[in-house]
Design a protein around this ligand. Structure first.
Ligand SMILES: O=C(O)C[C@H](O)C(=O)O
Ligand code: SF4
Length: 511
């Protein structure tokens, strides 16, 4: 009985973490929304995010399609069998994957094969500790890949762009943390949260940083120097003007939590774990004799649902252009950075494996005039053999920078949709070939799944569900032109202006 109940409790924890944003995170998103001026791109993005949080609630579906790398941190009373807990988690992970609450996310690093179950070497991460209490505590974080890629570790002393020398003191630490927010730009789906670990070695420093992400967003650090640093960073980072999705704006960082540990004389690390707004972490207390959940954490206060978006907000300050593939070069050349595009008709997903594949092979379909969506959806197969999209937001586009321009030219692709923007190589290709980069709202997986009316086919499914080429029929799929065919890039502009702003925080603040 204990075993079955424990498995059910673990299943509930996994599903809730994936689908229900914690209350403290909701409060932070709400505060960000209140800061942004209506009608701006940042406000529009936060509206979409708020809508998406509601939709995930209603459908009990993943907030973001990237259900991340699961890390369980467990404390057990002396005498509790930890192997049984691990087995219960394993079974619950498999079930949650089958039910579309988790995307199959475990990929063999050498062969690229997706296990399909979320189980693999070292996955999920499960860490145990013993404690004196008589109940079990299980914490879970589902940390997405795009924000994980923006984690950064500094070894002091160092030189930082914009900020100059960062020495081995509190002010050097301050500079590293500010820089970590700058370097993430919008790529980790800002507005984000950071956990910082000061000290340790490379591995324990990152562990400490990630551990900070289990703190309540609105707690106060008991260490006065760190409390002051946390509040300084939160205030200052929000002056960088990076904004939601890197579109520019007032809300860049929603939480900063800093922990400290000893180091050895030669090493001085500042490790930063960046988490997107889709900050999915939850914890439960479990009765050690029955396996029942006795308490949910992060549960103080009212559960905020967000007011629905008004259509006018979307369009107030932008031109809205409707597009249906195949698109002509002429149509693309008319688009300018800042235009809002509503797409109906066909688009194809393609992310890391597809981009590599297309550089070396022919495309399985005619891509001339078509749209590629950087997306790895959560998909379930129905009994009649058809597919259902359960979650389908964009992935970070910059990973395709080495391939994108060449592929667009080779196959005649006119538009790519993703998030976080792309670099100079792609920008040059857009100009030369007549292409456009469209930024969708990262993490808004329910919102975009709703725009997908049908899966009309799939190719290269052998790459696994997230990496396959899905043929989608969409309606009113909304995205913003952030790189156009005239050499303009909103991402380059925001990077430049935020670096200039960063440089104004060069002077010593903490001694
Ligand atoms: O893998 C994904 O679908 C998205 C990823 O988390 C990302 O932010 O790029
Ligand atoms: S797509 Fe964005 S919101 Fe989703 S896991 Fe990646 S970084 Fe987080």
């Amino acid at each position: 009985m204990y075993i079955e109940q424990l498995e059910k409790s673990m299943y509930d924890l996994i599903c809730d973490t994936s689908t229900n944003l914690p209350k403290d995170v909701r409060r932070a998103v709400k505060a960000a929304r209140e800061k942004e001026n209506a009608g701006t791109r940042a406000a529009m993005s936060l509206d979409t995010i708020a809508n998406n949080i509601n939709m995930a609630d209603d459908k009990l579906s993943p907030i973001c399609q990237d259900t991340g790398l699961p890390t369980f941190k467990i404390k057990t009373p002396i005498g509790v069998n930890q192997l049984e807990i691990k087995d219960a988690i394993t079974r619950a992970m498999v079930q949650a994957t089958k039910d579309g609450k988790l995307r199959p996310n475990a990929v063999d690093s050498l062969t690229g094969e997706n296990s399909g179950t979320n189980l693999g070497l070292g996955l999920p991460v499960v860490k145990f500790e013993q404690w004196e209490k008589d109940y079990i505590e299980v914490k879970l974080i589902l940390k997405g890949g795009g924000c994980e890629n923006k984690n950064i570790q500094y070894s002091l002393p160092t030189e930082l762009e914009g900020l100059g020398r960062a020495g081995r003191d509190l002010d050097g630490i301050r500079k590293c943390i500010l820089h970590s927010v700058y370097q993430a730009q919008g790529q980790g789906c800002s507005a984000g949260f950071i956990g910082v670990g000061i000290g340790g070695d490379r591995a324990s420093g990152y562990d400490l940083a990630k551990e900070q992400l289990f703190r309540e967003v609105d707690d106060v650090n008991p260490h006065p120097d760190l409390a002051a640093l946390e509040s300084y960073i939160l205030d200052t980072a929000n002056q960088l003007g990076i904004g939601t999705m890197g579109f520019g704006g007032e809300a860049t960082l929603l939480g900063c939590k800093i922990g400290v540990m000893h180091r050895i004389p030669a090493s001085f690390y500042v490790s930063v774990a960046y988490n997107c707004w889709a900050y999915r972490r939850m914890a439960v207390d479990i009765d050690a004799t029955t396996g029942d959940v006795t308490k949910w954490h992060y549960n103080e206060g009212d559960k905020l649902a967000f007011a629905a978006t008004t259509e006018t907000n979307d369009t107030q300050s932008s031109r809205v252009v409707e597009l249906t593939a195949p698109i002509t070069e002429e149509q693309i050349r008319e688009l300018q950075v800042g235009d809002v595009v509503k797409i109906s008709g066909r688009m194809y997903t393609g992310r890391d494996a597809i981009h590599k594949h297309l550089t070396e092979n022919d495309a399985p379909v005619d891509l001339d005039g078509h749209i590629i969506y950087h997306c790895g959806p959560v998909v379930l197969k129905n009994e009649d053999g058809s597919y259902e999209i359960k979650a389908a937001g964009p992935t970070t586009s910059i990973r395709e920078e080495p391939y994108q321009g060449d592929i667009m030219k080779k196959f005649g692709i006119r538009a790519v949709i993703g998030k976080g923007g792309m670099g100079p190589k792609t920008l040059a290709a857009l100009q030369e070939h007549g292409g456009v980069y469209l930024n969708a709202i990262g993490g808004a997986a329910q919102y975009y799944a709703d725009c997908i009316k049908e899966v009309e086919g799939v190719d290269l499914l052998q790459f696994g569900i997230p990496e396959a080429m899905w043929h989608l029929r969409v309606e009113d799929f909304t995205a913003v032109v952030t790189m156009d065919s005239h050499g303009n890039s909103l991402h380059a502009d925001v990077d430049k202006s935020s670096l200039e702003k960063l440089a104004t925080f060069k002077e010593k603040v903490f001694s």
